[in-house]
Design a protein around this ligand. Structure first.
Ligand code: HEM
Length: 506
């Protein structure tokens, strides 16, 4: 769908095409039974948890359903047969819709929010993709270890003071510092602050605002959201100022160590010789600072929640870390992917709560979805990933149960393709997937080995939504594990991670 950077003041992107126009047989798609005139399907809805509302409707209405809001219809899809069809890149593509489109004023034609037809998508993709290749990742590894060392220093201090730890808050500190350091040579000093860095507060503000725009009835939006819109403008201005400062410092210094920012500023497209414009660099820096930490922070937080809830799974994961890493506190790059079980814990966490929980797909041409529902060119649907990941026919009747062994190689091979999509699909799937998985596996390995983790028995999982998902209010109690007597690596000296402080190893 073509569009501009603005919304119409109604929360809907300009040029928005509703399902009435795009789905000629919309009447065949079920909707919630009790609809209110003007407002649509809002009965029982929780404005702060639209995704979990949609999950509830999905359970009632089946694999393809619709909801009405702002006087417009929206189609949601989660049945694996339909999602597999939407993954066909020859007939469907990413749709920049709703929440994602609402981020356009901030992230413009940056990689995540670019419309498919915008030339800066391909240019930035080609220039930045090598920044996520193996060689680049190896370069980030030492910095990821160093940032994790800052986290464990912080957790050791909390432990010594007899305090529990704030999991989402600290995972956000960790992942923000990691992307800032590896991507932009920048240090936000998150672990030295009591409260979240203002960058995080402003980011959460804009993400929440983008989500809010989706849930306020169209004609009333400008009125109801006046104060929120003012705050959002201030948040955006702060984010832009931060990024401009960071870029200006790099230009003054004459270049970094070949990180993402260097690529953005200096690398020409290998074929066309074209470079990113200054305005586009600003959009990309914001995009990577936000996309590069918020979702990984949630993924780590959910994984820690499950590990704390399932001591037998934690014990198995820890035994793997001990076996594969020995006692080296600075595991080498190629030791991370060897933590197969820890990786399964992560996959299983992302199955139940994929932290970027929906993505939208649009028809490139007139077509029929899975042979059942006609769609006109430009018509689109929202894929509800957490429901796709719970489909009983694929995952079994016990799909709600946390079981990392769903991700053993034979179990994965036995399932059809396109049933596990935490990183989206096709050409516009997540560029940072390997980065996130490497970082999260490394962090879980180090934390498991250092601490026993337990949740407050009274804690009930509540999932907070701000376009992304996060376990709300999760705190863990830590106990330091005794070091094993043979404090040697399988092949080298034992250097203590937490003593390396913030200095990245070369
Ligand atoms: C567990 C962590 C992560 C999850 C669950 C996740 C999920 C996703 C999903 C679902 C999409 C596709 C969205 C759509 O189709 O509209 C996406 C795209 C993207 N992600 Fe991630 N992501 C994660 C980590 C990262 C990291 C670490 C980075 C950067 C360092 C990153 C950067 C991006 C970018 C730039 C895009 C847009 C790609 C494009 O359209 O070309 N993500 N991510």
């Amino acid at each position: 769908m073509a569009g501009t950077t603005e919304t119409m003041g109604t929360g809907l992107p300009r040029g928005f095409r509703s399902a009435e126009q795009g789905w000629p047989e919309l009447h065949r798609i079920p909707h919630p039974p009790r609809r209110l005139p003007l407002l649509g399907d809002v009965l029982g809805a929780d404005r702060h948890r639209p995704l979990q509302d949609s999950m509830r409707f999905a359970r009632e209405l089946g694999p393809v359903f619709r909801r009405r809001a702002f006087g417009k219809e929206f189609v949601f899809v989660w049945g694996s047969r339909f999602v597999a069809d939407l993954a066909d890149e020859s007939r469907f593509a990413k749709h920049v819709g709703l929440g994602v489109a609402n981020l356009r004023p901030l992230a413009g034609d940056g990689l995540f929010t670019a419309y498919n037809h915008e030339p800066n998508w391909q240019l930035a993709h080609d220039v930045l993709a090598p920044g996520f290749g193996r060689e680049a990742m190896e370069g980030y590894h030492g910095m990821m270890l160093a940032v994790t060392g800052r986290l464990t220093d912080h957790w050791d201090r909390q432990l010594a003071a007899g305090r529990t730890v704030d999991v989402p808050g600290d995972m956000t500190r960790l992942t923000l510092e990691t992307i800032a350091r590896t991507g932009f040579g920048h240090d936000f000093g998150s672990f030295e602050r009591e409260r979240p860095h203002p960058f995080v507060t402003a980011m959460v503000g804009t993400l929440s605002y983008a989500q809010q725009l989706n849930s306020v009835p169209g004609p009333l939006a400008p009125l109801l959201l006046r104060a929120a819109a003012r705050r959002n403008a201030a948040d955006m201005a702060y984010l832009n100022r931060t990024v401009d400062g960071l870029v200006a410092a790099r230009r003054r210094s004459g270049g970094g160590e070949g990180d993402l920012l260097d690529r953005m500023l200096a690398t020409a497209h290998p074929e066309t010789g074209e470079r990113l414009s200054a305005e586009n660099v600003r959009k990309q820096v914001i995009t990577f600072l936000v996309a590069g930490h918020e979702t990984t922070s949630g993924a780590l937080s959910f994984a820690l929640y499950h590990l704390a809830r399932h001591p037998e799974i934690a014990a198995r994961a820890r035994a793997e870390v001990d076996r594969v890493w020995g006692d080296t506190e600075r595991p080498a790059y190629d030791r991370i992917a060897k933590l197969r079980y820890v990786r399964r814990v992560l996959d299983e966490s992302l199955r139940l709560w994929p932290t970027a929980p929906a993505f939208a797909r649009e028809a490139r041409q007139d077509t029929v979805l899975a042979g059942e529902h006609p769609m006109r060119r430009g018509a689109w649907a929202m894929v509800l990933t957490p429901m796709l990941h719970r489909e009983p026919e694929v995952w079994g009747e016990d799909a709600e149960r946390f079981d990392p062994d769903r991700f053993t190689a034979p179990a994965v091979r036995a399932r059809p393709p396109h049933v596990f999509k935490p990183f989206g699909t096709g050409a516009r799937a997540c560029i940072g997937r390997q980065f996130a998985l490497h970082e999260a596996t490394l962090v879980l390995g180090l934390l498991l080995r250092r601490y026993d983790l337990s949740a407050d028995p009274g804690y009930r999982l509540t999932v907070a939504e701000r376009l992304t998902l996060m376990p709300e209010g999760l705190r863990l109690r830590l106990e330091r594990r005794p070091r094993r007597p043979e404090a040697r690596t399988p092949g080298g000296a034992d250097t203590r991670l937490h003593r390396t402080g913030a200095t990245p190893p070369s």
